[in-house]
Design a binder for this molecule. Structure first.
Ligand SMILES: Cc1cc2nc3c(=O)[nH]c(=O)nc-3n(C[C@H](O)[C@H](O)[C@H](O)COP(=O)(O)OP(=O)(O)OC[C@H]3O[C@@H](n4cnc5c(N)ncnc54)[C@H](O)[C@@H]3O)c2cc1C
Length: 328
């Protein structure tokens, strides 16, 4: 059997950044294919089931395809439906459940090593490659004894299982605050444990809500404080101002303190990263890395600086990359 022809551009990751890059490339007449190790937009698929985006619809649209819906801000379900429609409308070649395990650079082209969900392995060649693997590979861990107990979760999906449970939420950013509010309203007994003194960085509509719920006693707050140990029926929390340790009765711990991108893939591809910020070293105009022909798009550009790159400001990355490829 003859080897498949090399693509002009292979894209790793089918999140918004990967898809808008594919769309820009296809419209520029390039042969392009997107690979994702999970379903379409796997990261967004794993967001809380009933979440609503903070951005308004027009700021989440890709390639000028309208995102319509009854409210200003789409739900996760609506956005996933939009992405499916976007791929279909634009005729994008998306290969799902296909992980790119390795990337090799040869003269004038790359070889992508691929593994399907059945464990089948094959290769695909491409002149250019874009890494759009996002930043939600692994949740950040508390690093305390007991974190591997079955009652500890690093991911929130939906409120129903938490009804009448004593839930400790570790974290103080948007996800932790939003989850605390959702769970309290769903009948859970919520304590939020936050290292900081307040909720200065959270979205403007969440902050008064959490502060008022704490003030009225509907949500208990320990802050500035940190979880120091998790036991089967308790959590130990150290109050940072006094050094006092409290032992709080508890059924479930939700550690919602952020995610870390998988930088080992970048390293294996030869991409240099800034040692402090973990951001890939690249040309900000073209998004080409130190490896010629290899680009990055989307959240991966932010390295460990979570919240720096998001859909709103990443959805034009594809145009920058395609402009460089066309000029090559
Ligand atoms: C709760 C929450 C709410 C948010 N709300 C907003 C908002 O309102 N507005 C906004 O602008 N942004 C928001 N964001 C951020 C936004 O979701 C992300 O910016 C966006 O998903 C990032 O897109 P991306 O394409 O860079 O990466 P991702 O969406 O993370 O996609 C990366 C993809 O790469 C795939 N992948 C990884 N490694 C491989 C591999 N080796 N081989 C094949 N595939 C691979 C993954 O499976 C994944 O599908 C929110 C984030 C969270 C967590």
């Amino acid at each position: 059997m003859s080897e498949p022809a090399p693509l002009d551009l292979a894209i790793i990751g089918s999140g918004p950044a990967g898809l808008c890059t594919a769309d820009a490339a296809l419209r520029a007449g390039l042969s392009v294919r997107v690979y994702d190790r999970g379903c379409l937009a796997e990261s967004i698929h794993r967001f809380p089931t009933f979440m609503r985006f903070h951005s308004t619809k027009e700021n989440l649209e890709l390639g000028g395809v309208p995102l319509v819906g009854p409210e200003d801000k789409p739900t996760r379900q609506e956005y996933l439906e939009y992405l499916r429609r976007f791929v279909t409308l634009r005729g994008l070649d998306v290969r799902l459940y296909t992980e790119v395990t390795r990337l090799e650079r040869g003269p004038g082209e790359f070889t992508l090593h691929l593994r399907g969900r059945g464990g089948d392995e094959h290769v695909q060649r491409a002149r250019f490659v874009t890494i759009a693997t996002g930043g939600y590979d692994s949740p950040q861990r508390l690093g305390v004894p007991g974190e591997d107990l079955p009652k500890v979760r690093h991911h929130f999906d939906e409120p129903h299982p938490y009804f009448r449970q004593r839930v400790m939420i570790a974290g103080g950013k948007n996800s932790a605050v939003e989850t605390a509010l959702i769970l309290a309203r769903a009948g859970a007994h919520v304590t939020i444990c936050h290292r900081g003194p307040g909720f200065a960085g959270v979205k403007y509509w969440l902050r008064p809500d959490i502060e008022n719920r704490i003030r009225e006693g509907r949500i208990a707050a320990l802050m500035p404080a940190e979880v120091v140990a998790i036991e089967p029926l308790h959590v130990q929390v150290r109050l940072r101002e006094t050094g006092e340790t409290r032992r709080v009765e508890n059924d479930v711990v939700l550690a919602l303190i952020g995610f870390e991108p998988d930088l080992s893939f970048l390293a294996r591809c030869g991409v240099a990263v800034d040692p402090a910020t973990k951001q890939p070293v690249l040309d900000p105009q073209t998004l080409e890395t130190n490896v010629p022909g290899l680009f990055c798009a989307g959240v991966i550009l932010g390295g460990s600086l979570s919240g720096m790159v998001f859909i709103e400001n990443a959805r034009h990355h594809g145009e920058q990359i395609v402009a460089k490829i066309r000029g090559s």
